[in-house]
Design a protein. Structure first.
Ligand code: ZN
Length: 159
């Protein structure tokens, strides 16, 4: 029953992507990641409200890839929009733990990201589900390093 529901959620994000755009007004950082195992390609852009607590003001992804990779990136953008950078990194760590079959403390905060929990059973698809979240972690560290507006290309997601 739950697996059917999760399947529907993944399909919904694939067919009706959230925050999917090739550009983002005022973007501070842009990273490109791919997953050669599957051929997934992903661009991620962040606009950061750089106040006393830097916060994700807007996030957009674009790319081409399998339904798991694109739907997971879509669900990720909804889960992290409006969060401060450290909080978003922590949430990415939670998603990564879930993909490795480890306990997750912040299930509710993952929003639709929880629908990808079943993907952990298919090791070959785990990198697909992680692609967007790993790009997010990279975009945040790139922003922190002061490489504003840079384009960073990574051949494989860091697991
Ligand atoms: Zn894939």
């Amino acid at each position: 029953m739950t697996e059917d529901l999760y399947h529907d959620i993944i399909l919904d994000h694939y067919r009706t992507p959230r925050n999917r755009a090739a550009e983002l007004d005022g973007s501070h950082v842009h990273v490109h990641h791919n997953n050669p195992l599957c051929g997934d390609e992903l661009d991620l852009r962040l606009r950061v409200d750089n106040g006393s607590i830097p916060t994700i003001d807007a996030v957009a992804y674009d790319g081409e890839g399998c339904s798991i990779s694109m739907a997971s990136a879509s669900a990720m953008t909804e889960a992290v929009a409006g969060r401060d950078l450290a909080d978003a990194e922590d949430l990415a760590q939670n998603f990564r733990a879930m993909m490795h079959g480890e306990p997750v403390e912040r299930e509710d905060d993952l929003l639709d990201g929880i629908a990808f929990s079943g993907v952990a059973k298919f090791p070959v698809r785990v990198k697909c589900a992680l692609l967007g979240w790993m790009a997010l972690r990279d975009a945040i560290s790139t922003f922190r390093d002061g490489q504003d507006s840079s384009r960073v290309v990574h051949e494989e997601p860091t697991l």
